[in-house]
Design a protein around this ligand. Structure first.
Ligand code: GLN
Length: 183
């Protein structure tokens, strides 16, 4: 079986950490900066970073529609932190959730917590100015909560987490996308 090609949105943010993890899994990461880069990818990762900057990059490169088409076609997709925000109702509109930015308060820019994620086990969650899901539609499954707030969700082929598994070196979610959306 040939290695799966996983597109990693590489306009801004910690895309290199994702690429490293994907390589360790035997997948072939591909930096995505233009619509052409999306051709033929088997899975997609939208990394953490700064959602405002990422939105501008997506607009500049005309990437919104190509990304929507790819994800709506059922491509297994992982969004982490700002990646979760990019997938929400107010951005790409692919996840039926409202994400609140910097939701854990100004005082708590960053923290770590063990998070029990349904179907994936306990993960060390690295939260950096993290969002949470403040509201979601019926199709959305909440897989984990911190302080009563949803921090991991799944809707069909899309998995999104408010923290940074790539910074904890935790490859479980990446394996999920590489395996075609199976945990
Ligand atoms: N606070 C960032 C935003 O709102 C997300 C932070 C992150 O991805 N670590 O875009």
């Amino acid at each position: 079986m040939s290695a799966k090609t996983v597109g990693v949105l590489a306009l801004q943010g910690d895309f290199e950490a994702h690429a490293r993890l994907l390589r360790e899994l035997g997948a072939e990461p591909r930096d995505v900066r233009t619509a052409t880069d999306l051709e033929g990818v088997d899975a997609l990762v939208i990394p953490g970073g700064e959602s405002t900057t990422m939105t501008l990059g997506i607009e500049r490169e005309g990437l919104a529609e190509p990304l929507r088409e790819l994800v709506r076609a059922g491509t297994p997709t992982l969004g982490t932190c700002a990646g979760l925000i990019m997938l929400d109702r107010d951005h790409l509109g692919l996840l039926d959730v409202s994400a609140e930015r910097n939701a854990f308060g100004r005082q708590v820019h960053s923290f770590e917590a063990d998070v029990e994620v349904e179907g994936h086990g306990t993960v060390r969650g690295v939260f950096i100015r993290a969002p949470f899901v403040s509201e979601h539609g019926v199709e959305v499954e909440v897989l984990a909560e911190v302080d009563g707030h949803a921090v991991a969700v799944r809707q069909g082929n899309i998995l999104a987490v408010a923290f940074h598994p790539e910074l904890a070196g935790d490859a479980r979610f990446h394996r999920f996308v590489v395996n075609g959306g199976a945990p």
